[in-house]
Design a protein around this ligand. Structure first.
Ligand code: TLP
Length: 356
């Protein structure tokens, strides 16, 4: 039995993207030294880019407005129109980025199915086709860690290295969509560099679990980053006094990485609690970081009506239709909030099991 206390405001588990900047970030944004970043003259942006590159073990960094733009400029900088990019079949770059890799970069995806989103190196090897005249030239392998639709699942450094070795052997570049790479490193208890080092380029987000209001970073070798910078400008992502954003990003890197563990503990508590409620199906083996995916078909509800029931009780979650739901833990979610959410779900489940 989970107790439902009184709740006055929404508990928002839709995403870690909803996190607000901390007071320290807001202070830093007000007092940041600024300049024109399109001319490379914003000292705060330069400091953030250097800090991010060194944290991830790369030569250079580039601040971009979003993870979507970070992935896109990386693909543009690695490929030419007509090239093939090998990626997991449910990866964010394919599923949620508006088809930009095809519409803008002109590349074609080739899918490899992962195990809950985690690629198996041998499958990547098989997907890299030889130089037959009929084939689009394979140019890039993209990996997502943690894997969003896989459930926030983690790819180990060994698997990352194996995939990158295979790609390099065949002359392909490698890109890591590491929107939540610090969650992966936290879950594995390793330095983030172990996960980023094998890749030619890495994108990670400041504006998810790290709580910055805006911004993602692309890192890699200097020449790659300079090509990506040019594409950022082409896409309209060149910003002027972007130090106001970068200032929050610096605080995010300095103060928000350590606390991700707490989000993972809360997600585990949530996942285990949900699994104990009749009618709810949770793939607990996928609850490795700050996400919990579950299915409500057993309650005789679809995602939309389940989420409406949650919202009546001041809880927000994301739809994964037809009967899936995603909840994401973050800095504004406490253990007490999770207990409340479990009480709410238990109440909905009880109501559903009563004769209608
Ligand atoms: N993910 C968001 C959106 O799908 C709404 C979320 O709530 O999980 N890579 C991965 C793995 C991501 O999860 C996301 C965003 C992105 C890239 C794109 O980042 P943004 O939203 O900054 O463009």
């Amino acid at each position: 039995m989970f107790a439902i206390g009184k709740m006055k405001t929404f508990i928002d588990l839709r995403s870690d993207t909803i996190t607000k900047p901390s007071d320290e970030m807001l202070q830093a944004m007000v007092s940041a030294p600024l300049g024109d970043d399109c001319s490379g003259e914003d000292p705060t942006v330069n400091r953030l880019e250097a800090l991010a590159a060194s944290r991830l073990g790369k030569e250079a960094g580039l601040l971009v407005p979003s993870g979507t733009m970070g992935n896109l400029v990386s693909v543009l900088a690695h490929t030419q129109r007509g090239d093939e990019v090998i990626m997991e079949s449910e990866c964010h770059m394919y599923y949620y980025e508006v088809g930009n890799i095809s519409a803008v970069a002109g590349v074609i995806p080739r899918f490899v199915k992962g195990h809950h989103g985690v690629l198996i190196p041998d499958d990547v090897k098989k997907a890299i086709r030889g130089g037959n005249i009929h084939y689009a030239p394979p140019k890039l392998v993209a990996v997502e860690n943690t894997h969003n639709r896989g459930g926030g699942t983690v790819t180990s450094s060994k698997v990352s290295c194996d995939i990158c070795d295979i790609a390099k052997d065949r002359g392909l570049f490698t890109h890591l969509d590491g929107a939540r790479i610090f969650n992966a490193a936290t879950a594995l208890g390793v330095d983030v560099r172990e996960l980023t080092q094998p890749f030619d380029s890495v994108m990670f987000c400041l504006s998810k679990g790290l709580s910055a209001p805006v911004g993602s970073i692309v890192v890699g070798q200097r020449d790659f980053v300079e090509r990506a910078r040019k594409y950022r400008k082409m896409l309209g992502g060149g910003m002027r006094q972007a130090g106001v954003i970068a200032a929050a990003g610096i605080i995010a890197l300095e103060t928000m990485v350590e606390r991700l563990e707490e989000d993972h503990i809360n997600a585990r508590y949530l996942g285990e609690g949900l699994a104990s409620i009749p009618g709810i199906q949770v793939a607990l083996e996928t609850v490795q970081t700050n996400m919990v995916y579950f299915d409500v078909e057993g309650l005789g509800l679809d995602s939309v009506s389940f989420i409406q029931e949650l919202e009546k009780r001041l809880v927000k979650a994301s739809l994964r239709p037809p009967t899936g739901v995603r909840m994401v833990t973050h800095r504004h979610i406490s253990r007490e909030n999770i207990s409340y959410v479990l009480g709410v779900v238990e109440e909905i489940a009880k109501f559903r099991s009563m004769p209608q």
